[in-house]
Write a protein that binds this ligand. Structure first.
Ligand code: ADP
Ligand code: ADP
Ligand code: ZN
Ligand code: ZN
Length: 834
């Protein structure tokens, strides 16, 4: 529209021309600096492509350009945003919700650098026992040789590997897998066959083998290589060797303890490491009692607590301890002056995090256990203290994971960044935040090819009259979710004595056959209850490992030594057939996994290609059309279509394969076409295009239609799953699940499924969840969106507060019952949508 393209750049404005990144349609837009600019629009409309893919990427490119020619050279290999010009662009800092925070020992304390300050406090201003020398700040860190407890090397635990942990059931023989710690499948058989060659009786119960033999199998550090004759007895092996029969191969033996240690220390696979950990017995270190530090450091106190005790408190409690001691810090001596300075600084920095609703976190909480929303707010809180100005902060849905109560605090934090002289570019769906924007950019109207245009850019009020906008109704009117008549529970599931994180001995009666929303302020215990305790307890009661990988959670639990949730399912289990968790975890960690393979629809597509006359004439079966099998895939990139380019100092990037030009296949496979398209062409279609292309194929058409209805019509079939956001991955899992049409009552568990969704997409998602309930299943969602909660059949409200002040079920019942509850902090917000 006409007012979007001014002829000259305006001072104080960022002006973008000719932006064509991803689906953006050569757009021009002007944004004010030093203001809260919010990008709205349906999922896939192009908000991120504009905010992150264009504005942030360009700012980043310019920054690196200014750094050094060397950096520039590296950066040349990375995509440059498709945009004609951007004027008035300040340097930018992105605070995205992390897709993966990597591994490592990073904690809340290290990420915020608060731990450094606390160590300095103990070093300079701690109370030392008489005659003890002052310690350096590093001596208070378990990650330094000076600080670490010398017994456990700063781990806090000692790990013991014993015969009982390695061989849980000694009545089994080796052939019956007595050595449970050994690898399964082929590698396990290999170890067994080596023992046969060495003359060990693998068919005798483990406990009847001589102790010396048992010890050798479990504890030896030798790795002998032996000839292996699979399927032969020891006598037959000896015979074969005598007659000079060559073995099938030579196998190398590894003792069980060594195998467990190596896997735990070195395996890249979280699953494997979790499995290894389950064969180790962890006991708190007797020297430091799990406090990880050497005795010297632990003798130093501040406000009566040693550093380990202080760091184990939630931030809110640390702040209270410091506030309590502050009035007494008024002496003139150097120690008191130092103490006062550090205490003031800590109080101020923690207060920012309290404002952001993070007061329930502890300094020693591992970063990998935080939700993406918590992580982003933690970084935001750290930035507020950084005293940067003139910077554009680009944020991705900062309200994710926030209860409406906490949203006001978030807005305050954002305003502090503005007041310091910065610009804010925020992609957001939350109505409360959109309503506070100084400037709105509504992108759309639809997703993918149907989006990519700027429908409106200006002060919020002006959006009211933009007909094409799918956002305006939600901002200017109260839009309730359309839901059918409320359903009554068909049965009840009783769970008793749940203990996990801040939940202590809580019991719960869960209605079945309905849609249940679990609400509560951030940190009240929703995820701990729904995604962790219920998943673990019900999964174990059903004798079923949840379909999504519980291993990650288990590994975290083992690493944090917190064990697993406890409690028991006491009634109603017979009504549930299975548990399915639909979470936001990535669905693939390599570019090999994509939408087509994940949904299983690629198998059908390959069969169609194999059935064409050309394929038949050339004897190309369905296997030839797989990029995971050697037959038809490009030998250079092995069917990935891209090759990894390692960059010094920067994350490695993927570049198109030079042999197949990114098509993944050999030329003879690409010679086969189906209705004029090659298999590579099909992989580059969007779901939307696939719906049309396969319109005449009922199974495929239905499959792609379901994915499209999950709001994912804009995704490409071959787009690597590594590029999906958490929300996209979750919706794809849901769509795949909807195609299965499960027989028997299934309990579905989802954590904040509306994350990343425009209100109009939420309407559609809600419809899909209702479909599951209509089919007789139960759906439980932990949710902040009050429209969803109000339209649910039942609400469980957790709280009343966060952390130690939460963990209870405040009220449980119909939405009206919860809205009327005086002690519920959710009630007033819920009432708006009833
Ligand atoms: P939004 O932020 O509004 O949800 P996006 O900007 O993420 O939308 O996506 C807009 C379009 O660009 C979609 O069609 C999406 O599939 C596409 N897209 C996003 N990221 C990539 C990428 N890395 N490569 C190719 N296409 C992408
Ligand atoms: P919500 O989902 O309602 O935001 P959570 O279940 O994430 O709340 O958190 C409830 C409490 O449990 C908080 O005090 C939080 O710090 C704690 N908690 C959550 N996850 C972990 C973890 N992995 N390790 C230690 N404490 C945790
Ligand atoms: Zn120790
Ligand atoms: Zn290739």
């Amino acid at each position: 529209s006409k007012n979007l393209v001014p002829t000259q750049s305006i001072p104080g404005m960022i002006s973008v021309r000719g932006a064509r990144e991803h689906n953006l349609k050569n757009i021009a837009v002007e944004l004010p600096r030093d203001r809260l600019v919010v990008f709205t629009g349906v999922s896939g409309s192009g908000k991120s492509s504009l905010a992150f893919g264009t504005l942030y990427a360009e700012a980043q490119r310019r920054y690196l350009d200014s750094v050094s020619p060397y950096a520039r050279r590296l950066f040349n290999q990375m995509p440059v945003p498709a945009v004609e010009s951007i004027e008035g662009l300040p340097p930018a800092v992105a605070l995205q919700q992390q897709k993966s925070v990597g591994s490592g020992r990073s904690s809340v304390g290290s990420l915020t650098t608060l731990s450094n300050l606390v160590r300095m406090l103990y070093s300079r201003a701690g109370t030392y026992p008489k005659g003890m020398e002052r310690l350096e700040a590093e001596s208070f860190s378990p990650n330094t040789p000076m600080g670490a407890c010398s017994t456990c090397h700063g781990m806090g635990y000692l790990y013991d590997i014993t015969e009982t942990t390695l061989v849980p059931d000694s009545s089994l023989s080796i052939r019956q897998r007595a050595v449970a710690a050994w690898p399964t499948a082929w590698q396990g058989q290999n170890l067994r066959d080596i023992l046969i060659t060495r003359g060990v009786d693998v068919d005798r119960p483990w406990r009847d083998l001589p102790q010396s033999v048992r010890d050798w199998i479990l504890y030896t550090d030798e790795t002998p290589t032996e000839p292996v004759y699979p399927g032969l007895t020891h006598a037959e092996v000896l015979d074969a060797i005598k007659q000079g029969v060559p073995p099938a191969y030579n196998g190398t033996f590894t003792g069980a303890r060594q195998y467990v240690r190596q896997t735990f220390a070195k395996s890249q696979s979280a699953k494997m490491r979790a499995r290894a950990a389950s064969f180790m017995l962890a006991t708190p270190c007797p020297a430091c009692h799990g406090q990880k530090l050497n005795p010297e450091a632990l003798r130093v106190t501040f406000a009566g607590k040693n550093i380990a005790q202080l760091s184990a408190l939630p931030l809110k409690a640390i702040s209270e301890v410091l506030e309590g001691i502050r009035p007494s810090l008024n002496g003139p001596d150097a120690t008191t002056v130092a103490a006062k300075g550090i205490v003031d600084s800590l109080i101020e920095r923690i207060s920012t995090l309290l404002d952001l609703g993070l007061g329930y976190l502890q300094l020693n909480r591992g970063i990998q256990t935080l939700s993406p929303g918590e992580y982003q707010r933690l970084r935001l809180g750290t930035q507020i203290r950084s005293n940067l100005f003139g910077v554009a902060y680009v944020l991705d849905e900062p309200s994710a994971g926030l209860h409406p109560v906490d949203t006001q605090a978030l807005l305050q934090a954002l305003k502090r960044l503005l007041q310091a002289g910065n610009s804010l570019l925020v992609v957001e769906h939350n109505i409360d935040i959109i309503q506070q924007a100084d400037w709105l950019v509504d992108v759309g109207p639809g997703a993918g090819v149907h989006g990519g245009q700027v429908l409106y850019s200006g002060q919020p009020e002006g959006l009211r009259h933009v007909k094409a906008s799918r956002t305006r109704h939600y901002i200017f009117e109260t839009q309730k979710l359309v839901s059918g008549p409320r359903r009554t529970p068909t049965a009840w599931l009783g769970v008793e004595d749940i203990c996990w994180h801040n939940i202590q001995a809580q019991s719960l009666t869960l209605p079945l056959g309905v849609m249940v929303a679990v609400t509560g302020v951030s940190g009240s215990g929703k995820s701990s209850l729904v995604s962790q305790a219920l998943v673990s307890l019900i999964g174990r009661a059903l004798g079923q490992l949840p379909e999504q990988d519980m291993e990650d959670t288990q590994e975290q639990a083992i690493e944090a030594q917190t064990g697993l949730p406890t409690g028991r399912v006491c009634t109603g289990l017979q009504h549930i057939k299975r548990l399915v968790v639909i979470d936001q975890k990535p669905i693939g960690r390599t570019p090999r996994s994509n939408l087509a393979t994940y949904t299983g629809l690629f198998d059908l597509i390959r069969q169609r290609f194999a059935a064409t006359p050309t394929a038949k004439a050339n004897k190309l079966d369905a296997g030839w059309f797989s990029f995971n099998v050697a037959k038809g895939r490009c030998p250079h990139c092995e069917g990935v279509g891209s090759v990894m380019v390692e960059l010094l100092f920067l994350p490695s990037v993927y570049a198109p394969c030079p042999t197949c030009k990114g098509t993944r296949y050999k030329p003879e496979v690409l010679a086969v076409t189906l209705n004029g398209k090659t298999i590579a062409d099909v992989l580059s279609m969007s779901v939307e295009e696939a719906c049309q292309f396969f319109a005449q194929e009922p199974a495929l058409a239905h499959g792609f239609q379901t994915v499209k209805e999950a709001g994912l019509g804009y995704l490409g079939l071959g787009q690597p799953a590594t590029e999906f956001s958490g929300g996209e991955a979750q919706r794809l899992k849901l769509a795949t699940e909807l195609q299965k049409r499960r027989a028997g009552h299934t309990l579905y568990i989802m954590d904040e499924p509306t994350t990343g969704l425009h209100p109009s997409d939420v309407d559609r998602l809600f419809g899909q969840l209702q479909t599951l309930v209509v089919q007789g299943h139960t759906v439980i969602v932990a949710e902040h969106d009050m429209r969803v909660a109000a339209a649910s059949d039942w609400i469980i409200d957790m709280g009343p507060g966060a952390g130690e002040n939460g963990g209870h079920i405040v009220v449980s019942g119909l939405p009206e019952t919860v809205a009327a509850c005086k002690t519920s902090r959710t009630a007033p917000f819920l009432a708006r949508y009833l």
